[in-house]
Design a protein around this ligand. Structure first.
Ligand code: ZN
Length: 218
């Protein structure tokens, strides 16, 4: 899953209004932000294989540290501690904010579970899980777009005192995310080079988080 992860970010912001949408964008994509550098370092393994699924050419061979259920839980805990002791230090609602960030990190595994072909381990090795939505391109696109739209509606209803400008920005960001999915599924050619893929993935996570900070700006 790509932009669909951000549905969790909008939903969690709807639940915990004081949380930063930009930080939630980082949290919900956190294990992927770690995954690509680990691939470059040879710690985790991704092979590009033509038509591996209907949506992409990712054979995600080995990624227990970032995409194991246990690994995800550990990263959620680490993110909680970093947020609580560094970023949210001194904030009176530091605990619920750190909790919501940790939930964002942990949500990634479950969103990937819907989309991926069976490549998600519990700890490492077999059994691996994935419901395989990626086998159907249209179903993947509609699911990610649907999740984003539902979470946007929830966000607009539940974030208090949203100015019209902020509402418009949030709506614009969601439609931009859906457009990105459309382009990557239907228009852009599949990535042929691991380094280029890692670089473009990390750049897009950074830019999208930046846009989310901007949407959230008071
Ligand atoms: Zn992932």
């Amino acid at each position: 899953m790509f932009t669909g992860h951000y549905a969790a970010a909008f939903a969690l912001k709807g639940k915990e209004n004081m949380a930063s949408l930009g930080m939630l964008f980082i949290a919900t994509q956190f294990v992927d932000i770690l995954f690509f550098p680990l691939v470059v370092l040879g710690v985790e393994r991704l092979k590009l294989e033509d038509n591996f699924s209907a949506v992409n050419n990712y054979n995600l061979e080995f990624m227990p540290f970032t995409h194991g259920l246990l690994g995800s839980l550990v990263w959620a805990l680490i993110f909680y501690l970093i947020y609580y002791f560094l970023i949210g230090r001194g904030k009176k609602d530091g605990k619920p904010l750190a909790m919501v960030m940790a939930l964002g990190v942990f949500s990634h595994w479950f969103a990937d579970l819907i989309a991926h072909t069976p490549d998600l381990p519990l700890i490492s090795g077999e059994p691996k899980f994935g419901f395989g939505l990626w086998r159907n391109k249209l179903a993947t696109f509609l699911t990610e777009a649907g999740l984003l739209i539902i979470s946007l509606i929830y966000y607009l209803k539940n974030v208090k005192d949203l100015k019209q400008k902020s509402r418009n920005r949030a709506i614009g960001l969601v439609f931009f995310l859906i457009l990105l999915d459309f382009l990557s599924f239907y228009v852009l050619p599949p990535e042929k080079d691991i380094m280029a893929l890692c670089f473009s993935a990390l750049a897009s996570y950074g830019i999208l988080a930046g846009l989310a900070f901007w949407v959230d700006k008071k």
